[in-house]
Ligand binder design. Structure first.
Ligand SMILES: Nc1nc2c(c(=O)[nH]1)N[C@H]1C(S)=C(S)[C@@H](COP(=O)(O)O)O[C@H]1N2
Ligand SMILES: [Mo]
Length: 530
């Protein structure tokens, strides 16, 4: 390249890049074509640097949100349900990364194709993309909008700055050889990639160096539950909803007044005992593992017939076998014992870790476990009462023989092997209620986690048992609702319910107290119709 090649461009460029473009375009020389080709690359590079800058700003400040993550979330939410599900099924936990790379590519290519437009349009586009990114990230939340907008405008400013700087006369755009130009492109590209990767890593580190519960961002499940359909959740006044809202979920603690508020920086979970190697996991280690979502009903052994110490939830967690495999289980082990921060302990047969959806759970109904329900992690073993299985605030899993460990309540005389008794409950109408004659729904819930519910029957006064309609099952571990229409005539009435499990075994009518292995008998209510 000779100096005379760009004298014209240089002179007009002092007035600004737009004049330069026009001047160059007008003379139609090979210089012009080269400048336009270079401008396209410059446009793309400026966009890449802008994207890198907002990612780095997010990682460094932790208060300015990443607009790339924001845009990815927005796309997942805005996509038609079927498409989002398909993407998550195919790409699993890489969905977000793929979306981020896709969005970045589209933006860089757009900047390349618009690189020859007048300067004011290019600048407006940078600002517009920044504002759009902020709107997508905020998703209608004002508190998120302002920091998002700040990051969007920062990115726009960096993009415009890079674009303007690169188009100035004495940079390699005009001044340099092809090699000098590509050198600058390479340098800026490296800056963009370093900023993006550095920002991402800082964000990841921030996500994992969390201390308090409200700082936790749950990982995306590699297998999610399907949302509840109307056929799975009858809405009837008085009937318990199919998913128990977390704040209404029963609680049973040996020290109910003081649930431990564990700080993640001093929490670990150790897997030891009859294992090949003792393993200690941090919360960050858990976050790095593959998580699944499962519907499961948790029942307390102390629940009386007709009682409410039972709830159904979506649990997010790592399948327990994955955790046990890290340590390697001695084939002679028979029992999974768990020890918790509050001194509590549980123990259940090792086989139950493998033959059902047993989870080390960290999420409850879409949120991190609450402090009350076991934050940071607890066990969920469908089909076993909570007192032998569902250790909250867990800190140690111990593989032992069946005889070598007795759980907290087992030492107090409760049963050691304690599968959940198949049970059913009448929610509507409530026991003792009086109401006007006429048609109404009798409804309730029935549970046999792991065994499943296959039938619910209702008996009103001296009639025969009549089969009720069941809500469609959420999973083999989740309770089901039942309902049956009834035309109530004046007088005193007695209503009973009984459930049959997936093996065809009907719950026993024998009235047995909760101690030592769970209450049995049919829930029976008396109502008065006027
Ligand atoms: N650490 C700890 N875990 C525990 C308990 C406890 O007292 N401490 N109670 C158990 C009992 S008896 C039951 S029924 C379930 C109840 O779980 P929830 O309080 O989340 O409903 O937790 C189990 N896990
Ligand atoms: Mo319990």
């Amino acid at each position: 390249m000779t100096i005379s090649d760009h004298t014209d461009a240089d002179a007009s460029d002092d007035l600004g890049p737009d004049t330069a473009d026009i001047a160059v375009e007008a003379d139609g020389s090979s210089v012009a074509r080269r400048h336009l080709g270079r401008d396209t690359i410059i446009g793309g590079v400026a966009a890449a640097v802008a994207l890198g800058a907002q990612e780095l700003a997010a990682g460094v400040t932790r208060t300015l949100p990443s607009l790339m993550s924001g845009a990815a979330t927005w796309i997942i939410d805005a996509a038609p349900a079927g498409m989002a599900e398909w993407a998550i099924r195919t790409l699993e936990k890489h969905t977000r990364s793929v979306l981020i790379v896709g969005v970045a590519t589209v933006l860089v290519v757009t900047a390349m194709f618009t690189a020859e437009l007048p300067r004011w349009i290019r600048r407006t586009l940078f600002v517009a993309v920044g504002v759009l990114g902020a709107l997508a990230t905020a998703h209608g939340e004002t508190e998120t909008f302002w920091p998002s907008l700040a990051n969007g405008l920062l990115a726009a400013a960096v993009g415009i700055g890079t674009d303007t700087w690169f188009r100035r006369p004495r940079t390699a755009r005009y001044d340099g050889s092809r090699r000098a130009f590509l050198g600058t492109v390479g340098m800026l590209g490296a800056v963009a990639v370093a900023a993006a990767v550095g920002g991402r890593q800082l964000l990841e580190r921030a996500r994992k160096s969390i201390g308090r519960r409200d700082e936790v961002v749950l990982p995306e499940a590699v297998s999610t539950v399907a949302p509840v359909t109307p056929a799975q959740d009858f809405v009837i006044e008085g009937l318990e909803p199919i998913i128990t809202p977390t704040e209404r979920h029963f609680r049973v603690d040996i020290d109910a007044l003081n649930p431990p508020e564990i700080d993640l920086s001093d929490w670990t979970l150790t897997i030891g005992g009859m294992v090949d190697r003792e393993v200690t996991l941090t919360y960050a280690d858990l976050l790095d593992m593959d998580h699944v979502e499962k519907y499961a009903t948790l029942a307390c052994v102390s629940n009386k017939v007709g009682g409410r110490l039972v709830g159904n939830s979506v649990w997010l967690g790592v399948p327990l076998p994955e955790i046990l495999e890290l340590a390697g289980v001695d084939p002679r082990a028979e029992q999974v014992a768990a020890h918790a921060v509050d001194g509590f302990s549980t123990g259940f047969p090792l086989a139950a870790a493998y033959d059902r959806d047993t989870l080390l759970a960290i999420g409850h109904n879409g949120e991190p476990l609450t402090y009350e329900h076991g934050f940071p992690a607890r066990l969920i073993v469908p089909g076993y009462y909570g007192f032998v299985s569902a250790a909250k605030w867990i800190q140690r899993i111990e593989l032992t023989t069946w005889d070598d460990h007795d759980s907290y309540w087992v030492q107090m005389g409760w049963a050691k092997h304690a599968p959940v008794e198949t049970q059913s409950r009448i929610d509507a109408p409530r026991d003792g209620l009086s109401f006007a004659a006429g048609p109404r729904m009798v409804a309730g819930v029935a549970w046999a986690p792991f065994l499943q519910i296959s039938k619910v029957e209702v008996k009103i006064d001296d009639t025969d048992w009549v089969e009720a309609e069941l809500s469609e099952p959420l999973s083999r571990h989740a309770w089901r609702q039942w309902r049956i229409p009834w035309v109530a005539v004046p007088g005193q009435h007695t209503i009973s319910v009984r459930a049959t499990d997936g093996n065809g075994v009907t719950q026993t009518s024998e009235l047995r107290p909760a101690v030592p292995s769970g209450a049995t008998g049919y829930h029976t209510i008396r109502v008065e119709v006027e």
